[in-house]
Design a protein around this ligand. Structure first.
Ligand SMILES: Cc1cc2nc3c(=O)[nH]c(=O)nc-3n(C[C@H](O)[C@H](O)[C@H](O)COP(=O)(O)OP(=O)(O)OC[C@H]3O[C@@H](n4cnc5c(N)ncnc54)[C@H](O)[C@@H]3O)c2cc1C
Ligand code: HEM
Length: 393
């Protein structure tokens, strides 16, 4: 909890800090990467840095945390902390690195806000930073203990490579030393690190798209465009059967909950991967609960796991599949042409929902679920990038 004195100062300076936080984080990252170029090369996603999305995520989370502290001093925004801590754990962030971030963040605050940063203001924001940092360090310590790792990546062999569509490929990975596969829950992801032609060792997360015996399965969409996605293109072009990949233990706060409550699983595009992982688990464990599986895609041939989706839902006694295509190639019902629309579906208010796909898709599905009476707390979502929704609820 924030001290009374600091709470007053933080409340009074939140508007100023909030308004300048974009500038502060810009200066922070410039300073951080000037002092530690290896962090940009081998830890941070340099694509996110280039397009600014990660900068917004960090800034947004600190502002959201400070706001939560002053508005609800008795509560901790645990969901937000868990989301960040899982991401950090999958990257192997260590407690001592919080000092490095602190040094450059506070230098940036002084640079941007100048004389407004009186000793009192600096002390109050210092308290906010360390409350958040220590809360994250504690959750990360627990996650490391549970996983039996420090988030480091170890060698896996690509046991098989399968094309799902023109631009989506599945990699079946087995520990190179023949050791056991770490435990994981449906919905979680792993970090994959690859060495790129310029020597950078970039890391990306990939959701587990199934639970094969003795292995992990990931499914990667090649990100086209200018510039093309670095890691996904590398995996598609250069990684095949018999090759070695560095892979971390599974983490991720979005995990399929056991129980009998009805499930609504909704995905769009490559967001199908964690949902296919969940369906595989449900079918494999003989789940009898109601499962409403919803998917949206551009067209049939772009729909990765199209047959698996139909088969898995069919294996579930309580399963029902609803698929929308924006531009179907073949005969396709008119009321399922376009984007996913929950309006015509019977979604029970006690459903637990898991969503994964582009943000506009998830916003629309979430609105549909809220309209059906599903409480916001029962709507879980995974974002394939920095979570700009953090602290929204
Ligand atoms: C929890 C989680 C789970 C995920 N699960 C999956 C999954 O199951 N399957 C999957 O395919 N993906 C998944 N992702 C996404 C994945 O981690 C990568 O983000 C994705 O593969 C793209 O990485 P990349 O290196 O190919 O692209 P990047 O190189 O990171 O590029 C991403 C975008 O940034 C743009 N960009 C890059 N550099 C610049 C620059 N210098 N200037 C301007 N723009 C630039 C690129 O054009 C591209 O559009 C997941 C992400 C998360 C966070
Ligand atoms: C209190 C301090 C910190 C806060 C508030 C914070 C916040 C965040 C947030 C909000 C995200 C995005 C989460 C998401 O993807 O959904 C993130 C990701 C990340 N954080 Fe932190 N973080 C902190 C400390 C650190 C430290 C000490 C390091 C290590 C030097 C670090 C490295 C990263 C990296 C590498 C990512 C992934 C982003 C990317 O590669 O683009 N963070 N952090």
């Amino acid at each position: 909890m924030l001290s009374e004195k600091s709470a007053r100062t933080v409340r009074a300076t939140l508007p100023v800090v909030g308004a300048a936080i974009g500038e502060i984080t810009g200066s922070f990252y410039d300073r951080l990467f000037a002092a530690h170029p290896e962090l940009l090369r081998d830890l941070f996603n340099r694509g996110n840095q280039a397009d600014g999305s990660q900068r917004q995520a960090l800034a947004g989370s600190i502002a959201a945390f400070a706001t939560a502290l002053v508005e609800h001093p008795d509560r901790r925004p645990d969901a937000m902390l868990a989301r960040i801590a899982h991401k950090h754990a999958s990257l192997g962030i260590a407690p001592e690195q919080y000092r490095v971030v602190h040094t450059h963040l506070f230098a940036a605050i002084v640079e941007v806000l100048g004389e407004a940063v009186t000793p009192e203001v600096a002390a109050a924001w210092d308290e906010v930073y360390w409350l958040m940092a220590n809360a994250l360090i504690a959750v990360e310590a627990r996650l490391y203990e549970e996983s039996g790792t420090r988030g480091e990546r170890r060698p896996y062999t690509v046991a098989a490579r399968t094309a799902e569509t023109d631009d989506v490929t599945t990699f079946l990975l087995r520990p190179a030393d023949g050791g056991p596969v770490p435990a994981h829950r449906p919905g979680q992801y792993v970090s994959v690190q690859v060495e790129l032609p310029d020597g950078a060792r970039q890391i990306r997360q990939y959701s587990l798209s199934g639970q094969p015996d003795g292995g992990l399965r990931i499914t990667v969409k090649r990100v086209a465009g200018d510039p093309a996605g670095e890691v996904s293109t590398h995996l598609h072009r250069h990684v095949g059967e018999g090759d070695t990949l560095l892979v971390g233990a599974p983490f991720g706060d979005v995990q399929l909950a056991d129980g009998d409550r009805p499930l609504l699983l909704a995905s769009a595009g490559i967001g199908c991967t964690p949902i296919i992982g969940m369906l595989t688990h449900l079918a494999g464990t003989g789940a009898t609960r109601r499962v409403i599986a919803v998917h949206g895609d551009r067209r049939e041939s772009a729909h990765a796991f199209r047959d698996d989706f139909a088969r898995l839902v069919d294996e579930l006694p309580g399963g029902e599949a609803h698929v929308w295509y924006e531009r179907p190639e073949g005969e396709w019902p008119a009321d399922r042409t376009g984007v996913v629309d929950l309006a015509g579906l019977d979604v029970p208010a006690d459903a637990v929902a898991y969503l994964c796909g582009p943000l506009p898709f998830m916003r629309a599905v979430r609105a549909g679920l809220l309209a059906a009476g599903v409480p916001a707390a029962d709507i879980h979502y995974e974002v394939f990038g920095p979570d700009l929704w953090l602290g929204r609820d």
